[in-house]
Write a protein that binds this ligand. Sequence first.
Ligand code: A3D
Length: 320
Amino acid sequence: MARNKIALIGSGMIGGTLAHIAAQKELGDVVLFDIAEGIPEGKGLDIAQSAPVDGYDSRLKGTQDYKDIEGADVCIVTAGVPRKPGMSRDDLVEINLKVMKSVGEGIAKYAPNAFVICITNPLDAMVWALQKFSGLPTNKVVGMAGILDSSRFRMFLAEEFNVSVESVTAFVLGGHGDTMVPSLRYSTVAGVSLPDMVKLGWTTQEKLDAIVDRTRKGGGEIVGLLKTGSAYYAPAASAIQMAESYLKDKKVVVPCAAYLDGEFGVNDRYVGVPIVIGEEGAERILEIEFTEEEKQMFEHSVAAVEDLVEACKKIDPSLA
Ligand code: A3D
């Protein structure tokens, strides 16, 4: 049986980390693509040289030629620029939109049957543009953000309760950014909801509010510390979970930026919602009912995505 092929479009901080994890997990052979000469080749070679020590057989190849991604089963897109301190994700629109155009065309030509996971920011607008530029079916193009946001939320909650991160589940909706909607009633410690954890005296509403705020600003906290770029270990781990669920048809239920065609009252936009990822890509959307407060927060978040999409349409009228 042929091995799977995973194409990483962008071989910077996240791209390199993706290559390392994908190879270690033997998800398939890995092609690292980048416009920067030498970077994908160097990272590919370095990771390949760790394979004998770690004991895995994935092959790695670096390239500047889209032809090398031919027939990829999964494409993970991180091409573009990340934030620096003082920048918002939205400041990246103009430059990263141009990148999405060239990436979309490259994928359409050489890997039209791939499952495409976009990570490039501002995420909800870039994944929307990437789907349009590539012309791939909407169920085969998704954005990674919700897994990362909920993983940050879970980590902070596990610290607060002094329990294993594995015992905490979290539910985050909406756009990736400061307007994301972490849901307390659907986040649990071993199935016990966060409002019930307050009632049981394990935490207070004030502490939960502070954790929600820290989760919303989780990316910015890391940008402020690193100073030269943004987070990459947790974003890479999150995208790998999505790729693995597709390749193994695991059908994990995770929050992702998915194409909405009327669900939650939203049309032709990508927004973070819980989806099932399996062999068909984004197979099903878990359309929960909102409380009035959640509805307001979700609509606020969708409005922020809407502004970014409008900005994209102004920059590139072919998207209008
Ligand atoms: P970085 O280390 O700069 O890597 C980006 C790579 O893209 C560089 O190696 C560039 O050479 C390459 N590149 C630029 N233009 C092109 C092009 N046209 N074709 C191919 N490659 C190109 O950044 P990073 O890996 O830290 O971050 C990548 C992206 O992910 C940024 O836009 C970040 O803002 C975004 N990001 C998103 C999240 C989410 O949760 C959605 C989290 C963290 C970072």
